[in-house]
Design a protein around this ligand. Structure first.
Ligand code: MOS
Length: 762
């Protein structure tokens, strides 16, 4: 199952293990396409430059937009002179709060099933300023250059008051309503008392910085009002929620907004509704012209919120054998008063380890900044840094191997809720990963010098929740040539959604891959989806499976009494070799083309909605993993290089090993950035982001990325559609701690403040 000769992918299913038969009948069936590596079907169009992105669409009469950003964080606009800009060459409109159409705020994300905006603030409706970088004017002009120039000519004066800062806000934090829909606090027993009495303990504080979104494609929209409807070419990870959210802003029906976004150059949680959507639509309305608004890289930093900063306490008490008697994970994160995402960093501690007592609790502090939002594995990415660093520190205190310490505290049930896991094969992942990595060759700390380089090995657990969202639907249309088209309002940000769903649909329909087309990225298609929370693959799969069952029922009706399948009920019939067959006796078969021909039909179509995701109510469902890395730290310069990473995962069944391996590797690379480089530098005095460019905000480049091996248990989750749990976000989790632990192993220096930069090691 290698995806390339030098990066083998090794299945590690325990010997003798057989898949259970769950709600998805395909689980127990032999595989045909599922599990075979398929290259991304959109790859060719992208490589050839044929794939059109949001900022590459053109409408007749279209004008270009430029934004002017506030340079204070809190206060009012006292003077705004737009006359020079209005008189500049090519300018069609200058829009400010004075002439902007009256519109509603975008409903904030997490406040409704289809709300996909990140801030409930009104946008350009009055003279108030809420964050440093808030747009204060939109200029529309005949060319982008004319718009940019005119925006620079606007004169703005402010009355500014001191921004609310994290350092001050920490003194009076507030309790968030929820932590990503989980309770704000979880308490099992008296963890503080147990900690005080523990034979061994650690009690530590870890800090993680703000991080900004840097998808390769900056956010962009090209849009037009046509007969009262809003047509949007977008870069979106949720086309239907984008349409719904924009409809609320303009007070029109959801189906009057048409969002199309077939190609997206990365999302990571950032390709949601932000103020550029609203401003472009409002300006287009005011000017009566189609508008393109493509954010500059700086614009993304100003308008699009990323991961917020956290300060986390992890305390663990253990008995003499290393069994946890207390596990405490608490802390605080920055938030804005107008969004609802408390960075959910305590989630891993609630589900990962067996412990006699448990306390998880989060607080938030209001800060004047762009609304913080989702960024790849929100919560877990930074929560596992703190938790898994603390476990390494406890292992040192106990003189135990850190892997053995984790395995010793492997839980039978979810310690926070008491629910059984749907499937948890983390120990198998640890054992297989340790063998692959060569963990037993790890020497005591400081015994790995290589000239001026100090070598260190580290490891950490990875985890991310399994989720499936309600509202999924799909339409399958089968034509008389035996070609199926699946329509879903789903999203592919480049991770291979369409490819993997083509595999699933082809498997279910008994068709070759090239006889299936998955159409997606359009809000007019069935279902509500978001490419988020690593949940989209199974959410779509559940809808596709339901639509396939509906299609079988319709085909069976069309087949009639002259078919070899006559007399069978839909439950007795499945698909194989481009036709229907009896499940009990697959030799009783008839082709799709024959069925349609006899019935005189050009095509047959089935539209279905997936069942509610009830499987998550009675089970704790999560993906798990074990991350290993080897680093080198230069004694003279403090430079850290990551030489090798092995990620061993338990994510249920792997549907497409090629795209799954890419997702996991991509996550690990982002984890290297989180550990060593990424930091949004925020001037606390002005609340301004000071490194709003890729020259100043560092992310890993090719030379920073070592050989990365990924492997998986490939053990289907009996409760997940197609047996699969998410692979999108777990890759980044655990990496920060694995690297910090390796750096400590190499140098004896424990860094509890990300990123681990040179200054912290000298
Ligand atoms: Mo993800 S951070 O839910 O796109």
């Amino acid at each position: 199952m290698s995806t390339s000769p030098f990066q083998p992918v090794v299945p590690v299913a325990p010997e003798g293990w057989t898949p259970g038969v769950g709600p998805d009948p395909v689980l127990g069936a032999p595989r045909r396409l599922i599990g075979s590596p398929v290259s991304r079907l959109d790859g060719r169009a992208k490589v050839l430059g044929e794939a059109r992105f949001a900022a590459e669409y053109v409408f007749d009469g279209m004008v270009y937009a430029a934004l002017r950003y506030a340079t204070i964080a809190r206060g009012r606009i006292t003077a705004l002179d737009t006359r020079t800009a209005e008189a500049a060459a090519g300018v069609v409109l200058v829009m400010t709060y004075r002439n902007a159409p009256r519109i509603n705020p975008a409903p904030s994300f997490l406040t409704g099933p289809k709300s996909f905006g990140w801030s409930s603030l009104p946008i350009m409706q009055d003279d108030s300023i809420h964050w440093n970088g808030e747009p204060v004017a939109v200029v529309l002009a005949a060319t982008q250059e004319q718009a940019d120039h005119a925006a620079s000519l606007i004169e703005v004066t402010y009355a500014s008051s001191a921004p609310r800062r994290f350092v001050d806000a920490k003194a009076h934090p507030r309790k968030p309503d929820h932590v990503l829909f989980r309770p704000t606090s979880v308490t099992v027993g008296d963890a503080e008392a147990a900690l005080a009495e523990a034979a061994h303990s650690v009690d530590l504080v870890y800090r993680t910085p703000r991080q900004s979104h840097n998808a390769i494609e900056p956010h962009a929209v090209t849009m037009a009002w046509i007969d009262g409807d809003l047509v949007v070419h977008d870069s979106s990870q949720a086309v239907k929620p984008h349409a719904w959210t924009l409809a609320q802003v303009f007070g029109i029906d959801e189906d009057q907004v048409h969002v199309s976004s077939p190609y997206v150059g990365g999302g990571f949680g950032g390709k949601t509704v932000w103020s550029h959507h609203v401003l472009a639509a409002a300006a287009a309305k005011l000017a009566g012209r189609p508008v393109r608004l493509a954010l500059s890289r700086e614009g993304v930093y100003r308008l699009v919120g990323g991961r917020t900063n956290t300060e986390q306490r992890v305390a663990i008490g253990a008995d003499r054998d290393g069994r946890f008697t207390a596990l405490i994970h608490t802390g605080i994160s920055a938030i804005t008063p107008y969004n609802v995402l408390a960075e959910p960093f305590t989630l891993p501690a609630r589900i990962m380890y067996s412990t006699e007592t448990l306390k998880a609790d989060q607080r938030v502090s209001d800060v004047d900044m762009v609304a913080n939002s989702f960024m790849r594995a929100p919560g877990e990415a930074v929560g596992t840094f703190a938790l898994e660093s603390a476990i390494d520190e406890l292992a040192a205190e106990l003189g135990m191997d850190p892997i053995e310490l984790r395995i010793r505290n492997e839980p039978e049930r979810d310690p926070g809720t008491g629910l059984p896991y749907s499937s948890r094969q983390l120990v198998a992942a640890w054992r297989a990963g340790a063998e692959r990595f060569g963990w037993e060759r790890r020497k005591p700390p400081g015994e790995h010098p290589d000239g001026e380089w100090l070598i260190g090995l580290g490891c950490a657990s990875a985890t991310y929740p399994h989720q499936r969202f309600p509202g999924a639907g799909a339409r399958i249309t089968l034509d008389d040539s035996g070609h199926a088209t699946v329509q879903v309002a789903a999203n592919d940000m480049g991770m291979g959604t369409a490819t993997t769903q083509t595999i699933i649909a082809a498997e279910r329909l008994g068709l070759p891959l090239d006889q299936v087309t998955v159409a997606y990225g359009d809000s007019s298609f069935p279902g509500t989806f978001q490419a988020g929370a690593s949940a989209q693959t199974v959410t779509i799969a559940a809808a596709v499976v339901t639509a396939q069952r509906e299609l079988v029922a319709q085909l069976l009706k069309l087949a009639g009494d002259d078919s070899p399948l006559s007399g069978l009920t839909a439950d007795e019939v499945g698909c194989r070799d481009s036709g229907l067959c009896e499940l009990a006796d697959p030799s009783r078969w008839e082709s799709y083309t024959r069925i349609l021909e006899r019935a005189g039909c050009d095509e047959v179509s089935a539209l279905a909605s997936a069942a509610e995701p009830d499987e998550m109510k009675a089970h704790s469902m999560h993906s798990f993993g074990a991350v290993f890395c080897e680093v080198r730290v230069n004694e003279v310069t403090g430079e850290t290089r990551v030489d090798r990473v092995v990620g061993s995962y338990d994510c249920g069944r792997i549907l497409n090993p090629k795209t799954a391996a890419s997702q996991l590797r991509g996550g690990i690379i982002m984890g290297i950035g989180l550990a060593l480089m990424e930091e949004t530098v925020f001037d606390e005095r002005t609340a301004r982001i000071m490194n709003a460019s890729l020259a100043d905000y560092h992310v890993p480049v090719h030379l920073d990325v070592p050989r990365i091996e990924v492997m998986w248990t490939d053990i289907p989750d009996p409760l997940a559609p197609a047996g699969a749990r998410g692979v999108g976000e777990i890759g980044i989790t655990g990496v920060g701690a694995a690297i910090a632990n390796a750096v400590c192993h190499a140098t004896g220096r424990r860094v509890r403040d990300l990123p681990i930069t040179v200054d912290k090691l000298l």
